[in-house]
Design a protein around this ligand. Structure first.
Ligand code: ATP
Ligand code: MG
Length: 420
């Protein structure tokens, strides 16, 4: 026997039995973005490695450890996208889109990071995200929060918490960096290897450490909040005031620094305690310097990404049912004449009843075996086409869930019956 080939570790198949939640979730989110005036954007899954180096920063976990990178046959270094902000910014600059005014875009798709696979953490995972270019006021930061908040309400999600912080201006961060390096250097003997390395490459990331033994030290570290520039402090106050007027509760987490270098001012995460260690379902922030840093004209920007795997895990964990159940019909037909007729009728029914799920039998077995299949797909009704129905130019409709008698009628009446 020939050996079978399995999928790559950490890269999952979405099976038909699990896909309904995904489809419904994606539709809900796309409709929501559209209703807020966002347009869809699609960029390639592969970009030049430089795109990610410049955007995400070389001293980050993603670039240091998690990227899938290879040399093309002509020697160019290419990478699978580990996130999509870098690609969207590259695209904005390449097509000069911010010149046309404020750009509100959303994307969806697979991202790739070479991490240790575990619940809620995979090597191929899917994000839906939004980015806004050309607006620097906190109103748009708050609108992004309002969108995500109304998404949680739409799907009935519970136990999600908004954490916010501000990273200030690049200058304020540079000053704070010195204060932080001084503090951690004084306590160097308590740091772990990762943190000692970050002390010289990316000291703010030490605040993000998950090492239990470091928590007390991090807790007592100086806060960026007390080294903020006046404009960023005001921006943060405005952001909070918008959230207050929207009645969206939040907590200020001064340790929230995010794992990518491009952020400034507003950063936020939606977290839950229902998913164990992988508790962040959605994260984002402002990145006013990135467009210029990638070779474009100075352009403020803000965005977020949500992890669909984690969101679906949370929906499951909370036992939420997503998406309405649609009426379904199974078409049973016996004999070649009836099979052809069923094809014609199915085509007409699909046109007249786009909301209904219509299965046209393809097992070609006996009536009994066709009804078995109808039960297997949990159909609500059967439409039966036998010799008698064909001769009378009618169909027989049989409710399969116990409600009512089998009835014969013509196609127009049948359409009316199912519309009701
Ligand atoms: P974490 O701290 O959990 O590693 P992150 O800061 O690396 O998250 P982001 O880059 O901000 O994550 O990505 C946004 C969202 O994408 C996360 O909040 C999460 O929901 C999801 N996500 C990130 N990495 C993975 C992964 N490896 N597998 C599944 N989902 C992920
Ligand atoms: Mg990560």
């Amino acid at each position: 026997m020939i050996n079978k080939i399995n999928a790559i570790r950490g890269m999952n198949d979405l099976l038909p039995s699990d896909s309904a939640v995904w489809l419904s979730l994606e539709r809900t989110i796309f409709d929501l973005f559209t209703s807020y005036g966002f347009k869809n954007i699609r960029t390639p899954v592969v970009e030049k490695t430089d795109t990610f180096h410049r955007a995400i920063g070389k001293a980050t976990d993603i670039v240091e450890k998690e990227m899938y990178t290879w040399a093309d046959s002509n020697g160019d270094l290419l990478s699978l996208r580990p996130e999509n902000t870098a690609g969207v910014v590259r695209c904005m600059i390449e097509h000069n889109l911010p010149r046309e005014g404020i750009q509100k875009v959303f994307y969806q798709g697979a991202m790739f990071r070479h991490e240790r696979p575990q619940k809620g953490r995979y090597r191929q995972f899917h994000q839906i995200g939004a980015e806004v270019f050309g607006a620097d006021n906190a109103k748009i930061d708050a609108e992004l929060i309002a969108i995500t908040h109304s998404l949680w309400q739409k799907i009935g999600l519970k136990n999600v918490q908004l954490e916010i912080n501000t990273l200030g201006s690049a200058e304020a961060r540079a000053n704070y960096r010195k204060v932080l390096v001084k503090y951690f250097t004084e306590h160097k003997n308590q740091l772990d290897g990762d943190s000692i390395r970050r002390l010289s490459t990316n000291p703010l990331r030490i605040l993000d450490s998950k090492n239990e033994g470091l928590q007390a030290l991090i807790e007592s570290a100086p806060k960026l909040m007390s080294h903020l520039d006046a404009e960023s402090a005001q921006h943060f106050d405005e952001f909070k005031a918008y959230l207050d007027c929207l009645d969206i509760p939040y907590i200020i987490n001064t340790r929230l620094v995010r794992g990518l270098d491009y952020y400034n001012r507003t950063v936020f995460e939606w977290t839950t305690t229902d998913l164990g260690a992988q508790g962040t379902i959605c994260a984002g922030g402002r990145y006013d310097g990135l467009v210029e840093q990638m070779g474009g004209k100075n352009c403020p920007a803000v965005g977020f990404a949500l992890g669909l795997e984690r969101l679906t895990l949370l929906i499951q964990a909370q036992g939420l049912s997503i998406g309405e159940r649609k009426k379904s019909i199974y078409m049973v037909a016996l004999g070649y004449e009836a099979q052809r007729k069923s094809m014609q009728i199915a085509k007409q029914l699909h046109q007249a009843l786009p909301q209904v799920i219509l299965y046209n039998d393809i097992g070609m077995g006996s009536f009994k075996s066709q009804f078995k299949k109808a039960n297997k797909v949990d159909a609500d009704f059967a439409i039966i086409l036998g010799e008698e129905e064909i001769n009378n130019n009618q169909v027989a409709i049989k409710p399969l869930k116990g409600q009512g008698e089998q009835k014969n009628m013509n196609l127009e009446e049948a359409i009316h019956y199912f519309k009701g």
